[in-house]
Design a protein around this ligand. Sequence first.
Ligand SMILES: *Cc1c(COP(=O)(O)O)cnc(C)c1O
Ligand SMILES: [Zn+2]
Length: 570
Amino acid sequence: MMAAVKIHARCMDCGATFAFDPAQPQCPTCGSEWLQAEYDYDLARHVWLAHLHERPFNVWRYHELLPIREAPPSIAMGAGGTPLLPSIHLGPMLKLPHLYIKDERQNPTSSFKDRQAAVTIATLKEAGLTEMVVASTGNVAIAYSAFAARAGIKLWAFLTSLVPQEKMREVAIYGTRLVKVTGTYDETKQVAAEFARQRNLYIDRGSRSIPTVESMKTLAFEIVEQLTQAAPDARYGRLPWRAPDWYLQAVSGGLGPLGVAKGFRELYQMGLIDRMPRLGIVQAAGCDPMVRAWEQGKPVADPLPRPSTHITTLATGNPGRTYTLLYEYVREHGGTFVRVSDEEAFRAMHMMAKMEGLSMEPAAAVAFAGLIKLVREGVIQPHEVVVVNCTGHTMPIESHLLGERWARHVVLAQRRAQPAPQAPQEGLLAALSNLAAERYPRVLIVEDHEPARVLLRRILQSLGDYTILEAKDGYEALEIAQREVPDLIILDLMMPGLDGFAVLDSLKAHPATAPIPVIVVTAKSLNAEEQKRLLEREARWLYKGEFLSDEFFDEIRSLLAQVRDGTGKG
Ligand SMILES: *Cc1c(COP(=O)(O)O)cnc(C)c1O
Ligand SMILES: [Zn+2]
């Protein structure tokens, strides 16, 4: 399909407008490199409201607002169109019921950089360019490598030598010319820019490149469409589409939120959403020039010459004007800049894998660590609709992320020794009995509300090897407690029939169950009288929504460690 729309570029410095041409990255009037694409928004609104629902769900769906003429381009391979997943466990743990995860891992090369590569490469192909340059902390180079291979475009990728070997190999496999630069990412960008200048090649200039910024708008477009489907009766928004209250992302140079912000602005301008989301911009503490500037109230960020985070993907020390543009957005529409330590990010990464089934690279986990921080600080409120960009998969770097002992080894020695393999299951079963459940401490979860029970079960499963027993009400709890004498009981206080206090009294009245430690969990706050009752019965208590606290995990671990030591098992 050919659309006759002409794409205009407007200079952000002198205001001149001219026809967009990727081979002409500067304003012809003043020479500025800061250009913005403009479109026929009335036409786009008209076409979208009438025809969007008929189109496949990927970036090309929005081609009226992308700098391409032919859609879908021949190189298309399903970039974008990623799921917006409701959080199953993290949301309840944070008391944040409207938490959604934009799963950008499900792009062709497993990060949200596929949007950037898909749109840029399509633009270059239309312009007849056959060679280009990128500087990258890894994922941009991988995404561009794949799309360049499809388009028959020769790619030069400049990577800092800090990029993990696995990512380098991934780039090389597509036939990209890989140049390793021993230096920071900012230095690598300078080397790549000089190389491109000397050879007169197109280079992705990040926030200064129109196709690059435009590609990231598709995230905003998808999110509002998906939220509208997920929550049609949400209090939020009355126009055709719903905008979230927050968009959160881990940033390096800040290109992602910059493009997403432009997308929201265009939707607002077209009358398709009725408010502008706040931006939660999260940086690694070892590379936090934006957060520092924000804290000082400054619209310009001082470059950080030597970033010191292990999370290489996020190592842009000099965000330049991108920060200023994000600063202006956040000042106008709300949001914040926040930092998290590498350790917090790694913890969030393990938690997201174990609690949500989402294995993400540490850079992506930075956003979730930031979310946890902003919720705890009360910056994000419980009623708000929050979308977090899960920007990239662990796959390319998995070997770095798992400690030792990540798998259990079942040796089928018996079976090999047997001359006739009549009963191979016996050998297997014998080997599996090493993993038998009886050897593990036993925890009884008493909770009438099913999702809360599943959440507690999942927390225990992720903490270690416990045999988990479950009771749906107080009567069942007492029956199981008598029969099984578990090592620990986690007890919901508010249950129909026999409530938590009654269960506790009954446990304490029987010699067999009296010594079992009990942790009471409660949604409502306890008055002094209730606290006294629990203290007299030696129960500890914890409020629901505090399940993410380290104290809770430590408490369970230490109670059960006592059990282990005491019995000499395990
Ligand atoms: C590039 C990247 C980021 C940072 O994105 P910017 O918006 O360019 O700052 C975060 N996470 C992952 C996985 C990335 O690849
Ligand atoms: Zn200009």
